[in-house]
Write a protein that binds this ligand. Structure first.
Ligand SMILES: Nc1ncnc2c1ncn2[C@@H]1O[C@H](COP(=O)(O)OP(=O)(O)OP(=O)(O)O)[C@@H](O)[C@H]1O
Ligand SMILES: [Mg+2]
Length: 246
């Protein structure tokens, strides 16, 4: 059975056609990178898969179930971190995790496991308002992982992180991959991240899929690596270290 089936979805915001007929299916344990330039429709697509936005047309099934009829079931099997996750500034890391844990009836034991996994031990009593960007990203990942999700959605989880923090986050995701219990959809502007973590690359632009497959199958003489493939397809460069590569 597929973990995720996306069938010909469309989504417009007034006259902006953000997603224009996207379809794919993802198997259990697959790690998939969704790539595309700014405004390509990645976040809109992911938020529809997460049940946060409804497609104007088309269908999305997670483990064969639609959001319309199975919201409660589906919330319990997914984990997500948004492109810009905002937590209450006045709660500590520990309190934030306890709050989100309570939605899944999880206790302090799981919260402590997550704090250890995300390397936030020394900051657990700090208020969210005092955290650095990287620490906030780790907290967002921790919240996403609390309920041991079968399907994990991460929208630009490492944007703005220093190389060291990025590697730390990759390490956590690689552990998850090795456990083979989680399916991951990740959006990123970092080519290296997609290459090192994901088995499959989907490149979208202007709301449509341009390429979908294993990286080695997508490359050829004109596109010898993911960077070149991306530029050839979209006419734009991927971002390296947060800056546009010209
Ligand atoms: N709530 C909204 N109202 C109006 N337009 C929107 C809304 N959300 C997204 N859009 C538009 O839809 C298009 C796709 O946006 P989306 O956020 O999905 O892009 P993205 O691929 O995630 O880009 P980025 O790499 O910058 O995060 C953009 O043109 C954007 O301006
Ligand atoms: Mg986005």
């Amino acid at each position: 059975m597929y973990q995720i089936e996306v069938k010909d979805i469309y989504k417009s915001f007034k006259d902006v056609h953000a997603v224009r007929g996207i379809s794919f299916a993802i198997r259990p344990g697959e790690f998939v990178a969704l790539l595309g330039p700014n405004g390509a429709g990645k976040t809109t697509t992911v938020e529809m898969m997460e049940g946060l936005k409804n497609p104007d047309s088309g269908e999305i099934l997670l483990q064969g179930k639609s959001w319309l009829k199975n919201e409660k079931d589906l919330r319990s099997i997914i984990g997500l971190s948004l492109q810009e996750t905002r937590f209450s500034e006045k709660l500590t890391i520990f309190e934030t995790l306890c709050l989100f844990g309570s939605f899944f009836r999880l206790g302090e034991k799981r919260v402590n496991e997550i704090i250890e996994l995300t390397g936030l031990e020394s900051k657990q009593k700090s208020m969210v308002g005092t955290l650095s960007g990287g620490q906030r990203q780790r907290l967002a990942l921790g919240v996403a992982l609390l309920n041991t999700p079968q399907i994990l959605f991460l929208d630009e989880p490492t944007t703005g992180l220093d190389p060291h923090s990025r590697l730390d986050l990759w390490k956590i995701l690689k552990q998850l991959k090795d456990s083979e219990k989680t399916t991951l959809i990740l959006t990123t502007h970092y080519m290296e991240e997609a290459e090192s973590l994901c088995d499959r690359i989907i490149i979208i632009d202007e709301g449509k899929i341009l390429k979908d497959g294993k990286l080695e199958d997508l490359l050829d003489e004109d596109s010898r690596n993911l960077d070149e493939l991306f530029i050839n397809l979209t006419g734009k460069a991927l971002r390296e270290n947060g800056n546009v590569v010209l």
